[in-house]
Ligand binder design. Sequence first.
Ligand SMILES: NC(=O)C1=CN([C@@H]2O[C@H](COP(=O)(O)OP(=O)(O)OC[C@H]3O[C@@H](n4cnc5c(N)ncnc54)[C@H](OP(=O)(O)O)[C@@H]3O)[C@@H](O)[C@H]2O)[C@@H](O)CC1
Ligand SMILES: Nc1ncnc2c1ncn2[C@@H]1O[C@H](COP(=O)(O)OP(=O)(O)O)[C@@H](O)[C@H]1O
Ligand SMILES: [K+]
Length: 541
Amino acid sequence: MKPILETEAVRRLEDLIEQEGTSKAELMELAGEFAASIVEARSPKRVLVVTGFGNNGGDGWVAADILQHKGIHVDLVTPVEPDEIPSPLARHVARRTAGRDVTVIVGPSRDELVALLEKSDVVVDAILGTGFSGTVRAPFPIWIRAINEHASDVVSIDIPSGLNAETGKAADPCVSADATATMIATKIGLYSADGPEYAGEVVCGELYSGLSELIGEVDHVAEFIEASDLETVLKEIPSAVNKYSRGSVLVVAGSSTYPGAAMLAAKAAARAGAGYVSVVAPETCANLIRMALPTVPVIAAPADGRGSFGAAARSMIVELAPKYSCVLAGPGITDAAGCMQVVTGLLETEVPLILDADALNCLARMTIDGIDSMPELYRREAPLIMTPHHKELSRLAGGASVEELASAIDAARTIVWAGGSSNMVVVAKGPVTAAVGVERVLLPPAGPAALATAGSGDVLAGIIAGIVATTREEPESWELLCSYAVAVHSATGIAAAASMGPRSVIATDLIDLIGPAFDMVEAGVEDGLDVVAASAEEEEA
Ligand SMILES: NC(=O)C1=CN([C@@H]2O[C@H](COP(=O)(O)OP(=O)(O)OC[C@H]3O[C@@H](n4cnc5c(N)ncnc54)[C@H](OP(=O)(O)O)[C@@H]3O)[C@@H](O)[C@H]2O)[C@@H](O)CC1
Ligand SMILES: Nc1ncnc2c1ncn2[C@@H]1O[C@H](COP(=O)(O)OP(=O)(O)O)[C@@H](O)[C@H]1O
Ligand SMILES: [K+]
């Protein structure tokens, strides 16, 4: 796992490194060296380094010097003469570099800058780093716009200039990088909000060899999961199982308005490994679901006048629940009064529970005065997984603003901390999804935007249920188990985009790719596409 830090934690880490004997000046040399290595790997003949006033610029000055030494022609643009740079560390390296072979251009006009940008194979963006906040001040807006319009290949140092390292929100303008060479640890802003769009490929230079010993001493906002972390999460299904003991799921889903959600979730749970999946749905839509899913028994529950669960559904569902390895409730149920009854009833059971979609909206309505107003929720000890998207999460967190990954993590944390149980996970869904538990926050590999399609969340809920059902023993970490499911869902998106085209994916495509997606996760999500391509070739042959 790779830790992701907030700026404050990075600063603290730099202090700790300094206490261990590596000064900030040395760190700047190492940062410049790392940035130079990333640029050199792109084989440029001519490089332009664009620097600002602070230490981010200092990294750029060091990189410029190293690249010039390697025989690459380097031009460097600075807003002021080296002697006038306010940051002492940056001023020192700028004076040194200016005395050597790098061509230094002080405060160029826009046209001069454009001419330099057009001559260069790689542009290094060292204007603003983690010290940036607010709106971009002169002269940098003109510089950044020129870079975005005229540079062919941009490597940003630490963070694209104009991107907020904490929130991932891009200022107007913000450098749009092809790659970001980030220092010491990845910053949350690179994964949140606009971050992924502006940062390009993110590579992290640890700079300090003893980092692994120190990193535990600062708070991690999250940890990025690598393929190897997922290797041992799932056990093989033993041969001596029957369809029930292999793992069973009760899907509490559907309404006359949304019968499809039940179908998607149930089929996904079965494809994700459950041996036996049943659906319990309002009687008004049960037949429809039955016809669509021949392998799934559909139990009809009492309905209200609008085709949602009625008041009498609660006792029936609560009685059924303990017969299954886990229960998934919510897809398409609506937030009618009968559904709220069903959700509170299920919270009182001991069965592992996954609450999705409208089950979460029911919860939000019941916990409007905060999670403490719902004792069933915070007293519950059995496993509880909630899978809200940002809007649902905002409602659950009492209207807190949830717009991007960073605020989603904050909101999800308030919920799991109020609950306090290590069995509780909030899977905060978004372009990057976070599995948030009491102790840690995991970021599984994200899927493509093709996943942003109606019903995609129902498929994820089904995958989680299928995986929970087939995990017979208490998992070592519920966050990691959920992360596995998210990784599989992401892989279905990659595979579906490859076969249907990224614009054309619909949620039903994802379900039939769950099997190959498990293989992709096992093989490492990064090279997963090869696995799918290989199996497609086999089929053709
Ligand atoms: N510390 C270390 O050990 C290491 C640090 N490292 C590197 O240092 C970077 C952090 O450096 P930093 O803290 O100097 O901040 P940085 O991003 O250069 O910006 C500050 C300058 O920008 C200015 N500025 C601010 N807002 C602005 C705005 N809206 N519009 C315009 N200007 C604005 C601000 O001006 P001021 O607000 O002071 O007037 C100040 O002059 C970090 O990202 C990494 O690359 C690595 O070398 C590893 C070791
Ligand atoms: N831009 C995106 N990139 C990658 N994944 C995304 C993106 N937008 C949404 N997703 C994923 O798609 C799924 C959408 O879920 P949700 O909004 O609940 O859909 P629905 O309610 O229609 O089933 C989530 O798993 C989410 O993480
Ligand atoms: K930068």
